[in-house]
Design a protein around this ligand. Structure first.
Ligand SMILES: Nc1ncnc2c1ncn2[C@@H]1O[C@H](COP(=O)(O)OP(=O)(O)OP(=O)(O)O)[C@@H](O)[C@H]1O
Ligand SMILES: [K+]
Length: 298
């Protein structure tokens, strides 16, 4: 199989301003630091997989603007195929404008922009990549119906599906459960999602993983219905931003390249990768490369 993994996703430019306090409505204040980074859950996950050595292709849409051009360069630098990264003049590249005060409190405005223009036609164009992948990973930062369609296309070709229901939707279409082999969310998302009728969970996915920050993860599967705790190692965390995406990206890598490992072992290794990411600042900037990790992870 040519593409061992494909992520269908959102790309966002994150512009962050640091100030002593958050401005009030109508107020202008002076901050002391500004930086721009690359984000979006799907893209983050894809970058982490690629840095572990996975062959990846991203299906997404950015604007025909400087943020979009920079994002395409960033993906290429990470060795990710951009054959299905569309650029549109109908919307701007997705952005997250973030203001953080000295207590670490923040206000964030996300404008999804071009991400919401990714459509069924784009999926059709990429169908060869989707259907020949080993693993397809989807999230909810694009139009949910498009994510669901990608999962269905993958499933129809026997491709393993990993779904990360983030950001969480209270009224998630129950079909997402049916078309996900692995359903991986964090505690907050699990809380929002538990409004789903239990009947849907029963005829659903083969495995549910809930990530628990420093505590690692809980896993529960059809084969092993008793929840199992897979702890993360003790590390000195400096910035946990993006840890969830590092975990999902790592898990996708192990599913594609080490399919004979037990799920527990894949989760243990993915915890190790994500726990490295919390020891560095930022999101993609904190994701480890294969060469910098203990070699017993491979
Ligand atoms: N303090 C920590 N120490 C060790 N590992 C951690 C720590 N925080 C997170 N991790 C690792 O990262 C994984 C994901 O963390 P978490 O559950 O906080 O995800 P998240 O809430 O989606 O994170 P974020 O939204 O900040 O990206 C955990 O399962 C664990 O493997
Ligand atoms: K980090």
């Amino acid at each position: 199989k040519k593409y061992v993994k494909y992520v269908q996703c959102a790309c966002m430019t994150a512009a962050e301003s640091l100030t002593t306090r958050l401005p009030k409505a109508g107020e202008t204040i002076i901050g002391h630091k500004f930086f721009v980074g690359f984000g979006g859950k799907g893209a983050n996950q894809c970058v982490q997989s690629a840095r572990l050595g996975a062959k990846t292709s991203l299906i997404c849409k950015v604007g025909s603007d400087s943020f979009g051009n920079d994002y395409v360069d960033n993906l290429k630098k990470n060795g990710i195929s951009t054959a299905f990264v569309g650029q549109t003049t109908d919307a701007a590249t997705g952005t997250a404008s973030i203001i953080v005060n000295s207590e670490g409190q923040n206000v964030i405005v996300i404008v999804p922009g071009a991400n919401l223009l990714l459509n069924f036609e784009d999926l059709k164009r990429a169908s060869d990549v989707i259907c020949k992948a080993k693993v397809v990973v989807c999230q909810l930062e694009i139009t949910p119906a498009v994510s669901l369609e990608a999962l269905k296309m993958a499933r129809a070709s026997g491709v393993k599906t990993l779904f990360n229901p983030a950001p969480a939707l209270a009224d998630l279409d129950p079909q997402f459960y049916t078309y996900s082999d692995i359903f991986c969310c964090n505690e907050t998302e699990a809380e929002i999602l538990t409004g789903i009728p239990v009947g849907n969970l029963e005829d659903a996915e083969k495995l549910v993983i809930v990530t628990l920050g420093a505590e690692g993860c809980m896993m529960i599967s059809g084969d092993e219905p008793i929840p199992k705790h897979v702890p993360a190692g003790k590390v000195r965390a400096v910035d946990t931003t993006g840890a969830g995406d590092s975990f999902v990206g790592a898990l996708a890598f192990y599913l594609a390249y080490y399919p004979t490992l037990s799920m527990e072992e894949m989760i243990r290794k993915s915890n190790c990768v994500a726990s490295v990411s919390v020891q560095a600042l930022g999101t993609q900037s904190s994701y480890p490369y294969r060469k910098d990790l203990p070699q017993d992870l491979f």
